[in-house]
Design a protein around this ligand. Structure first.
Ligand code: FAD
Ligand code: MLT
Ligand code: ZN
Length: 473
């Protein structure tokens, strides 16, 4: 039940414009885009400034009500969705969309947390710079969400994760105080680097309201290839060949199993196959350079020639023109959405050392096929980072509910296998509510205790996104 004074206090903090009361609009804030999680809320607020965020957090604290920060709500583990109690306030950053400053000399951009990732990329490009974070959800996800999940995506190989791209933060802490750490410095050894506690914290330590991010020189030439391969080992071998020859020009290296591509061909509008024959695996390779005429097509062709000589590649196409480049990326970026048409998708986002990928795929596939004959294994992702989206769809002739009923058992198989290769059960999506309990079985107990101590220090009353990240005691 909503405490009687809460709505009035929130209205005082954010005004009428910042309070969502229309039942038609509320739904979008209370469940995720896949409808995998849904909850209820005492209120949904949309503060328009850092001071308003602080006022909301203080008001909630005084009423003993928890706050759930929310950006674009594109997350994949339920982190931005409130629980079912109706006693949490969803705090959306979607009115904090100002680019506060771009400094091309310092190569930095300062943005508010609600700015959509694509808008940051565009603001950087307008100044002749590159902001390199790139995700399939970039048209809707926000910088606050990217920071809070330490987002990865397709450019990590060359530019790193969101953590690597961040110089400074502004955060409203659970007691309503504002920490202004908006420094644009590449060197600052004055003690503990607090920003790293909030990056990847999934909103459990405070509300990020703004950030200073790194920019890079704009990319002026690209070359993209689609390569067919006979095995995951061949994909790893190809990675070695391209990396050795092209060095830092290698900016994208994405793997897709045939099952993943089949789903996009079936459900993606205008998607089409490139080769006559069917191959078990494909890789999308992208090179880029700041020089306008860097000879990248020739370089990529030389790498592919080596791959053919060593019997690593089965077939390959270097994209001719921007339409074909977009079509290739469409095949890759369309997988997540296409899988939703095939019944429930059981998502896993794992990392293992790149060298362990073939062993991981072989061992995990075998265990799953023994458990569920006919299971459709949808493996794709950022193989250059050792990160596989190892998703599962039910066998064609089986029932959604029966498959959902075995979800925990099947995820265990994937996570046990990941763990046996010294991997992580969340490479880039985070724990949210989806993996917050299971992590207790895969992370060192002492490490989890240290995490709890940090949580208690920042949020002793457990009012900042409770029920996320940390396992229930
Ligand atoms: P939300 O979903 O709103 O929130 C995510 C988490 O951050 C929640 O715990 C929330 O409480 C917290 N949070 C949000 N804003 C704040 C804030 N201002 N302060 C404190 N906490 C906050 N992710 C990747 O890493 N790599 C990918 O390649 C990738 N591809 C994707 C492709 C598709 C098609 C989709 C739908 C998602 C993909 N994602 C990917 C997942 C998702 O887009 C990212 O996690 C993204 O960073 C989330 O941003 P958001 O603004 O939507 O955050
Ligand atoms: C991607 O890389 O496409 C996303 O992180 C994965 C997903 O939607 O599972
Ligand atoms: Zn991903």
């Amino acid at each position: 039940m909503t405490p009687p004074g809460l709505t009035g206090r929130l209205r005082e903090a954010v005004g009428d414009a910042g309070l969502v009361t229309d039942p038609g609009q509320l739904g979008g804030y209370l469940s995720d885009w896949r409808n995998a999680w849904s909850g209820a809320a005492a209120a949904v607020v949309r503060p328009g400034s850092t001071d308003e965020v602080a006022a909301v957090v203080r008001a909630c604290g005084e009423e003993g009500i928890a706050v759930v920060p929310q950006g674009g709500n594109t997350g994949l583990c339920g982190g931005a969705v409130p629980d079912a109690s109706g006693r949490q306030v969803v705090l959306s950053l979607d009115r904090m969309r100002r680019v506060r400053a771009v400094d091309p000399v310092n190569q930095t951009i300062t943005v508010e947390a609600g700015v959509v990732l694509q808008a940051v990329q565009e603001a950087a490009a307008a100044e002749g710079c590159l902001f390199p974070l790139s995700l399939g959800s970039e048209g809707s996800c926000t910088i606050g969400g990217n920071l809070s999940t330490n987002a990865g995506g397709t450019g990590v190989l060359r530019y790193g994760t969101m953590r690597d791209l961040t110089l400074g933060l502004e955060v409203v802490l659970p007691d309503g105080r504002i920490w202004n750490g908006l420094r644009g410095l590449r060197k600052d050894n004055t003690g503990y680097d607090l920003k790293h506690l909030f990056i990847g914290a999934e909103g459990t330590l405070g509300v990020v309201t703004a950030a200073v991010l790194k920019l890079f020189p704009a990319v002026r030439s690209r070359a993209t290839a689609w390569v067919a391969l006979g095995s995951a080992q061949a994909a790893v071998d190809l990675f070695g060949i391209v990396r050795a020859l092209c060095g830092d020009r290698l900016t994208g290296f994405e793997i897709m199993s045939r099952q993943s591509v089949d789903f996009v061909l079936r459900h993606g509008s205008g998607a089409r196959d490139l080769f006559g024959a069917v191959h078990p695996w494909y890789v999308l390779v992208e090179l880029s350079d700041t020089l306008p005429d860097a000879g990248l097509d020739g370089l990529l062709e030389a790498a592919l020639a080596q791959a053919f000589e060593r019997d690593v590649a089965a077939d390959a196409v270097v994209a001719a023109g921007s339409a074909q480049v977009a079509a290739l990326w469409g095949l890759r970026e369309g997988i997540s959405e296409a899988q939703n048409f095939e019944g429930p998708s059981l998502k896993h986002d794992v990392t293992v050392p790149v060298s362990s990928i073939p062993g991981f795929v072989e061992r995990t596939d075998r265990a799953l096929r023994a458990a569920v004959p006919g299971i459709r294994i949808v493996t794709y992702g950022h193989i250059g980072d050792g990160n596989l989206h190892y998703n599962l769809s039910r066998p064609v002739d089986s029932d959604d509910d029966a498959f959902r009923g075995r979800a925990d058992e099947l995820s265990r198989i994937v996570y046990d296998s990941t763990s046996s290769f010294d991997g992580s059960i969340s490479a880039e999506h985070g724990l949210g509510q989806a993996k917050r309990d299971v992590i207790a079985d895969y992370k060192d107990g002492y490490e989890l205790e240290l995490m709890r101590s940090i949580k208690e220090l920042f949020d002793p009353r457990n009012l900042m996104n409770p029920g996320k990240v940390l396992p229930a005691r």
